[in-house]
Ligand binder design. Sequence first.
Ligand code: CP
Length: 332
Amino acid sequence: MQHFTTVYDVKDPLQLINEAIDLKSSPYSFSNLGKNKTLGLIFLNPSLRTRLSTQKAAKMLGMEVLMMNMDKETWAIEWNDDFVMNGSTVEHIKDAAAVLGSYCDIIGIRCFPSLTDKKLDYTEKLLVQLMKYCNVPVISLESATLHPLQSLADAITIKENWNSTYKPKVVLTWAPHIKALPQAVANSFSEWMTKMDVDLTITHPKGYELCEDFTKGTAIEYDQEKALQNADFVYVKNWSSYNDYGKTPQVNENWMMDLEKYKLTNMAGIMHCLPVRREVELSSKLIDHPNSLVQKQAANRVFAAQVVIKNLLTTLNFKQKNNVEQLETENV
Ligand code: CP
């Protein structure tokens, strides 16, 4: 693995999921793999789980961790190339990223979308600029369009909580919210589920269609109750409109997942990536239900991050060993 920004960076997603599950039984078996290596974690947006789980994972692999809230704690960054910097931005990403790359062996970045400029967001401008200039492997800690560490943790959770022989029915349902949220978790979950042996249905009100690049081939059902019938897993998540970009078209029906709707399912595992607004997105009774998986998903964030960093470190160590051997051969 060279970077981790999408499921397509992973050669064999199912193998990665199994490797993460194996790591859970011996999380310190690779505690020397990251010795003398540094992980830089750059946040342009708030975080609880991603920040702490990735830090914990890196430390379990023996790494040092540097962390920075780049939105508040450093110079205002200019992300555009060929820009005359006579305004509010103080440092170009080309310079800042190169510095970060000289301090860190791997860099993680959280860079949410603007939700006002679809082109800027869906070309992943910030992530791409960092990758272009830092010269080290990059991990997405949630970008404008995807949240692959979350989806990997979700995939691990589904795998661990499914023992039957038939394909589970997984339903991703839109949920109400008081503000416009990114589409990243939903896009990413959809992308990862296509790599798993599951039947995915996405249900949302009209106007909340996701970008087809991520949902191609997935069943879309506008009737939430119909979608929930016999579901084995129900993933609850809000997102704003992709077509009317970043807007929140009015929804008159009740879309909050609650105990009444839960009765339609096959005693489904209830999932949410957190943070969750109780009684707005999801009823408290379901979050605290015996079949709720939300805390298991959050706990699995550590092992998702650990297996990703482990694979990136293995690639790095392999490249470094080869470089040393090549230099030695050249010097013979
Ligand atoms: N689920 C998730 O990414 O949580 P944080 O935003 O707290 O990191």
